[in-house]
Design a protein around this ligand. Structure first.
Ligand SMILES: Cc1cc2nc3c(=O)[nH]c(=O)nc-3n(C[C@H](O)[C@H](O)[C@H](O)COP(=O)(O)O)c2cc1C
Length: 446
């Protein structure tokens, strides 16, 4: 089988994306079975649920949807003594700008996801699970629905799975097309057939009061595929691929002004931003220089070329020391990007060169967030619209001297004042663009 794309770069290790990128590989179950599919489910069904959760904890898998929360720890929050049904909802909303990984799994390798979900379901005593697929992915919804039927016909889903007495039904739920439905509590509201207004946390942490007010695990598509891979490789080998506390590989979606944009699956912390851009992605376009990087989807704070970050890193004797780390030497893992004041988020790396106007880029994001605010919280509903109106006016050359100050003020009064993290997602770009590129927002600047 030949790869559709370039062969894996030496820095890559394709495990979750192994088949999603293979020519001749189809989403049919026969293809999956030929590649050893559902063997890990067989292994897991012979284990005790608590042992499975323990393996996932030991793997150091962190969620790939945005918050990078340790997956095994989240699974550990589910109470097993309250008599309520438990649910899993797989988050296939994939609406964070700059992110394009889950769709390839849904379209090309759906059985990997189903197997990961079935393992998770057995571990968490779940008998009903949902795959939430964004409205625009109609093709994916059809492919995944067919894959569920195939898995059921072969005894990997449905009643008495592989003769073990374990029952699991998985249903596809298609969204109606809203970014907010990727936020886990909105996703739950949407599955319940309601308007997807996020729920407030506490008390509505999904693991405690989730779908139908019952314990629910929401995991991203890629995260659940990693669950299968943990059982294929063993938690020890899996965790070794990453950094301490952040195991395995991650699909990094690189877009923007690089020679070879695309999704690259790389061990966590296995590349610096410089290696990712200049080596894996073939560098910047001819004659162009790096200007900015948004490292984790459009909600993450922008980083400016040439910046040096004061970061706490492990010293030679294991103690934490402060060090100056240039932007391109920062490694792609959750802890390093957090230490640099931004986040790995969905690992959607947007690269901008010196031809880009930061005002234009921010306005583009603001228009997106203004369109997508669900409207439940006043600061967000009103604030993101004001922000968008202001930057649109500035792009049109009608800005006033006060605009950058007002923009910051409005953004500062959205973040932290809303029910869900959409408020931060919309404010962080404004705050960071203004802080990192003030000269481009001064009125009269181009
Ligand atoms: C506004 C907003 C949009 C989000 N969109 C997505 C999304 O499209 N896909 C996703 O997996 N997580 C998204 N998340 C994160 C989810 O709320 C949740 O943390 C994630 O699905 C948990 O899965 P994980 O632990 O496997 O990462 C979003 C969060 C926010 C605040």
């Amino acid at each position: 089988m030949k790869s559709l794309l370039l062969p894996p770069h030496p820095k890559e290790r394709r495990i979750v994306f192994k088949n999603a990128w293979t020519q001749g590989y189809t989403p049919d179950i026969e293809c999956y079975l030929k590649d050893g599919g559902y063997e890990e489910l067989r292994k897991a069904l012979a284990m005790k649920p608590a042992e499975i959760i323990d393996e996932v904890k030991k793997s150091n898998l962190r969620g790939r949807g945005g918050a990078a929360f340790p997956c095994g720890v989240k699974w550990g929050f589910i109470r097993h003594d309250d008599g309520k049904p438990h649910y899993i909802t797989c988050n296939g909303d994939e609406s964070e700008p700059g992110t394009f990984k889950d769709r390839y799994i849904l379209n090309n390798d759906p059985h990997q996801l189903i197997e990961g979900m079935a393992i998770a379901a057995f571990a968490l005593n779940v008998h009903l699970a949902y795959i939430y697929i964004r409205c625009e992915f109609t093709k994916s919804a059809g492919i995944v629905t067919k894959a569920i039927e195939e898995a059921k016909a072969k005894g990997f889903l449905g009643k008495n799975i592989l003769g073990t007495g374990f029952d699991l039904e998985i249903y596809v739920h298609q969204g109606a097309g809203a970014y907010i439905c990727g936020e886990e509590t909105s996703l739950i509201e949407s599955i319940e057939g309601k308007r997807p207004y996020p729920r407030i946390k506490p008390p509505y942490f999904p693991a405690v009061l989730g779908l139908y007010m019952s314990p629910t695990i929401v995991n991203n598509v890629e995260t659940l595929c990693h669950v299968k891979q943990i059982f294929k490789l063993g938690s020890e080998e899996y965790s070794k691929m990453g950094t301490p506390g952040d195991g395995g590989t991650r699909v990094m979606c690189v877009s923007g002004d690089v020679m070879r944009p695309g999704p690259y699956e790389i061990p966590v912390g296995g590349v610096t931003l410089g290696e990712l851009i200049n080596d894996v992605c073939g560098g910047m376009k001819p004659g162009r220089k790096l200007k900015a990087i948004i490292p984790g989807g459009s909600s993450s704070k922008v980083m400016r070329a040439g910046e040096v970050y004061k970061m706490k890193v492990k010293g030679p004797d294991g103690e934490m020391i402060e060090k100056d780390v240039p932007l391109l030497d920062i490694t792609m893992d959750a802890a390093s990007l957090a230490a640099a004041g931004t986040m790995i988020g969905s690992a959607g790396v947007i690269v901008m060169d010196d031809s880009r106007s930061m005002l234009w880029a921010l306005n583009n994001l603001n228009t997106f967030y203004a369109h997508e605010s669900c409207g439940q919280c006043t600061p967000c509903r009103e604030g993101v619209l004001w922000i968008d109106k202001m930057t649109t006016r500035m792009v049109n050359g009608e800005g006033i001297a006060q605009d950058p100050i007002t923009l910051k003020n409005v953004a500062d009064n959205i973040a932290g004042r809303t029910v869900c993290a959409f408020g931060e997602a919309a404010s962080w770009p404004v705050q960071s663009f203004l802080e990192k590129f003030p000269e481009e927002f001064a009125v009269g600047a181009k």
